[in-house]
Write a protein that binds this ligand. Sequence first.
Ligand code: SAM
Length: 267
Amino acid sequence: MQAWNIRQNIDYLLAIRDQLGPMYGSEDLCMLLYSLVRREQPQVVVELGTGLGATTAWIASALKELGDGCIYTFDNGSHFQDASVKSFLSKLTGPLHDLARLSQTGSYEECMAWIFDHAEVTERIKFVKGDIDFNARAVEAVAKGQKIDLLFSDFNHTPKTINQLLGAYLPYMNAMSSIYIDSASTYLPSYWMLDNLVRMLNAKRIPATLRQGLDSDQLTALKNLIDESSFQLVHLVEKAARSQNSTAWIRISTDDLLPAHATHVRA
Ligand SMILES: C[S@@+](CC[C@H](N)C(=O)[O-])C[C@H]1O[C@@H](n2cnc3c(N)ncnc32)[C@H](O)[C@@H]1O
């Protein structure tokens, strides 16, 4: 049997990108994350902030093409209740016409299930409706004993939340992995904070705020990661005057003479 390919369901995926993406300015991010997932083949992807499922569906479609990996995505559905979101959803057309109707009466979970089913990607997604929680046990449960290859945070980009996020998740990140924090690069306090933070991590120093609340195993995992890794910060900024127009990308890779993931290197 031929492996699944996005071409088989491209009308729904494009409608999700083009009609749902603009709610959070994530049309191009869908494509970027899709391509990066195809290239780097993460096994464990965590998304904080599902929104209307646009980025989730595109990441999951790449995982489905690869035939492996899972995206764990979390949202408490708070934004879905807003009148502005309901009004936005009521105008959906074409392949998303039935979702326009469902969104006015159905629950957030029903709408997400509709989107993921029609995109044919449900099998690669674990969607959890609930508050995003940085306590160690919650993060451990998310990771389920596995290291995380790709973390995409898209619900809050203040310096305080970013510090909590990194303190909670860095001990669970894989030696070769990526963290994307949406909107952080165009929020000046977060932009400056991330630059300083990554400089400290590369100097093998752990800011006190990152240690807060970690038990000794997590602190050891964090120290090991920082000892053995390099951190690169790339500010992916959209050339567009709208909100949510950037993503801060922290690339974690093992200190080595070869580039991350390289299997064939020409000498
Ligand atoms: C910007 S949207 C996510 C967009 C989505 N990743 C995309 O690009 O298509 C942020 C989402 O985070 C959710 N959210 C905000 N604060 C939250 C919290 N404390 N716990 C869980 N979800 C939260 C909102 O309900 C909203 O749907």
